[in-house]
Design a protein around this ligand. Sequence first.
Ligand code: ATP
Length: 362
Amino acid sequence: QADAVDPDAPVALELDGVSKTYGETTAVDDVSVRVREGEFFTLVGPSGCGKTTTLRLVAGFEAPSAGTVRFRGEDVTDVPPEDRDVGVVFQNYALFPHMTVGENVAYGLNFAEPPGDVSREERVQELLELVDLEGMADRDPNELSGGQQQRVSIARALAPGPDVLLLDEPMSALDAQLRERLRVQVKAIQRELAITTVYVTHDQEEALAISDRVAVMRAGAPEQIAPPRTIYHRPETRFVAEFVGDNNVFEGEVVGVDVDGYRGEARTRVDVAGTEFDVVTGRNNVPNRGESLTFCVRPEHLTLEAPANVIAGTVESSEFLGETTRVNLEWQGRDVVLRTREPLSGEVRVGFRPGDAHVVSR
Ligand code: ATP
C-alpha cells in the first residue's frame, strides 16, 4: 500500500505484556503491540474478544493486571487518562444536548489553552472545518444527523490537540450508508492530522477499509497483526481466514508433495473427503505426506472455467448482490461459497488454480 506508515517511524504507543482480568475472566491476555506515529491501527474481532478493554487500557480508564503501557517510550501505566494526551470517541457520541455544537467542541478544550496561537473561538472554527461542519457552531446537536453528531464528538476529542486518537465503535449506531460516508471522512481527518489512531470495531469490512494495520483479536489477544491486504490474502490462521471476508476453508490429508526447486515452490496434493486438490505451498513450508493440511480459497477464486481442482457441487442458494451474485454450493456435506456474474442452479463444477489456495495453520 502506497500510503502505509513507514515501518521505521517512531513507536507512538506500546502495550508490553499487558493483561486484564476481572475475577475469573481474562479480558486481555498478555498483549504486546506497538503502534507507530501517524498509524491508523484497528482492533477487530468478535464480541467479547477484548477490543474495548484493550482500548480502555490505552486510554487509562482501566489499569492493567499485568504489563506496561508506554507512550513514546515513556511508562504511562500509572498515569491517569487526563494526563495521557489522548482524545476518545465513543459509540454513542455523548454530546451535551443543552449545549450548542460549538460549545460541545469547546468543552473538549476543558480548561486547557488551545494548541497553536489561536483563541478558543478560532480553535472551534478550525475543528468544525476539519470535520466538515463549518457554519454549524450555533446548532443544537439534536438538529444534526447521526453522522454529523459523531463528527462533532470527533472534533471535541481533537480540540486539545492530543497525540493519540482512540475510537470505540464510533459508527455502530449509524445506518450502512452513513457509516460508509463517515468512514471515508474519519480516514481523511486522520490523514490530514497524521494523528496516531487506535480504532475498535467488530466490522471486518470497516477494519480493512480504514486501517494501516489491523489486529484480528480472539479471546483476549491478537491472532494476527498486519496490513489489510495481508490479513485478507494471507491470513495466518483458520480463525482469521474465516473472520475476515467470505472464505472457503478445507482440511485434508497430504498425499503427495512435488518440490519445484527452480520456482521455489512446492505443489502439494491434498485429499479432502475423497477428492484430491493441488495446492501451492512455499518452499520453506513443505508439508509431509500423511500430515493434515488446512487451506482456504476465496470465493472470487472459484471459477466455472477452472481446469483443475474441480469441486462438483449442488447450488443451495443464490443471492443477488448487485455487482455479483453470491452462490452457496453444497459439496460433500460442506458449504462452498463463490461469486458469479449470473445466478446459478442445479449441479455445477467450479475450480481454483493451485496458486490461489492459501495454507493456514490451526
Ligand atoms: P464487544 O464487541 O461485545 O464490545 P469486546 O471485544 O470489546 O466486545 P470487551 O468489552 O473488551 O470485549 O470484553 C472482554 C471480556 O471481558 C468479556 O468477556 C467481558 O464480559 C469481560 N469484561 C469486560 N469488562 C468487564 C468488567 N468491567 N467486569 C467484568 N468483566 C468484564
